[in-house]
Design a protein around this ligand. Structure first.
Ligand code: HEM
Length: 304
């Protein structure tokens, strides 16, 4: 939306596509990430917390489905250049379904339906939901810059692993906030400790993978500063740095305070986790803005 209005001839529907994209990132990656959190931290969660997380997965997946269908309709409006009347241009839907947007849509919808299996109790439920989480993250490599720029396979692999790690990180935040509601907040420390042991590997990994993908896509530092894509990336990395700062504060200050039973540490932690969740939403928005414009072609754009 912001970058659309910085270009000549801005279009409201193209701008709304960015907002829609950020919203379905949050819902779909949230659903995928909650499944990964359930796998990684489930043993440390109490029965009612597990039930709550399972409900969140179903709700996030349902929101992801609604938003994915809405994005399809929005695409018809953009293509028809006819505003709301474009929604009734039914001949456009098969065209969209057969495009890359359609490829990504069908993989994502399959993933969203599979993650809903997490609501079931059987031993099969989590493995099925995990397949869904991978499908959701993979769906983003069926469209966007990984389809438009070389090296296509490397970029697709990097973005998929980036998104699996991103989804785990962002979905862990509401779950950590949830366990702080235990009658004695110090009881939440084993969950924080278990999360820290995983995050210390996963978070640097996702940042490193993001930087390698950025290096492939942008190519040269001067091209970073002379493209809207580059500025979107800089804004995103600045927001991620704030998340990292808060994460470090949690690990080295807030959680030890909680463990030591320091009065008010749980409340402070709850507030800073909420701030970190807000930052994560802004990072998702920055990612949607970035994907709405193109890196400068330094000879790596795949001819269409
Ligand atoms: C240092 C940290 C990070 C860097 C350098 C980075 C960089 C990148 C790059 C270069 C891409 C490929 C974008 C494209 O296809 O044009 C990407 C994709 C993405 N990143 Fe990150 N990222 C970082 C952290 C994060 C975090 C923390 C989040 C979420 C909270 C996030 C969310 C996303 C999303 C949703 C996409 C998918 C875009 C798409 O293909 O639809 N990233 N990232």
């Amino acid at each position: 939306m912001i970058l659309e209005y910085l270009q000549p001839d801005p279009n409201l529907w193209d701008g709304l596509t960015v907002v829609m994209r950020a919203a379905y990132y949050a819902a779909t990656l949230g659903a995928a990430g909650l499944v990964l959190v359930l796998i990684a931290l489930g043993d440390h969660l109490q029965e009612e917390e597990l039930a709550r997380v399972r409900r969140w997965i179903v709700m996030a997946a349902a929101a992801g489905l609604v938003l994915s269908f809405a994005a399809f309709g929005l695409r018809a409006m953009v293509l028809s250049k006819d505003g709301f009347a474009g929604l009734a241009r039914f001949e456009l839907y098969p065209v969209i379904a057969r495009s890359r947007i359609g490829d990504a849509f069908f993989i994502r919808v399959a993933g969203l339906l599979l993650v809903m299996a997490a609501a079931a109790r059987g031993r099969w439920a989590l493995p099925v939901a995990a397949v869904g989480a991978v499908a959701i993250c993979a769906s983003y490599t069926a469209m966007g810059h990984t389809m438009l720029y070389r090296p296509r396979q490397e970029l697709a692999g990097l973005v998929m692993v980036h998104l699996l790690a991103v989804s785990f990180w962002i979905a862990s935040l509401p779950v950590l906030r949830l366990v702080l509601a235990r009658p004695y907040p110090a009881e939440a420390t084993p969950v924080f400790r278990a999360f820290s042991r995983q995050a210390i590997i996963i978070v640097p990994l996702l940042a490193a993978i993001g930087l390698v993908a950025a290096w492939y896509l942008v190519g040269r530092i001067d091209l970073l500063l002379t493209s809207w894509y580059g500025w979107g990336l800089i804004a995103k990395v600045a927001l991620v740095s704030m998340m990292l700062g808060l994460g470090a504060w949690h690990r080295w200050r807030a959680v030890p305070d909680l463990e030591a039973g320091v009065y008010a540490s749980a409340e402070r932690l709850r507030i800073t986790l909420t701030v970190e969740m807000g930052l994560a939403l802004l990072v998702l928005y920055a990612a949607a803005e970035m994907v709405s414009v193109h890196p400068i072609d330094y000879g790596h754009r795949i001819p269409s």
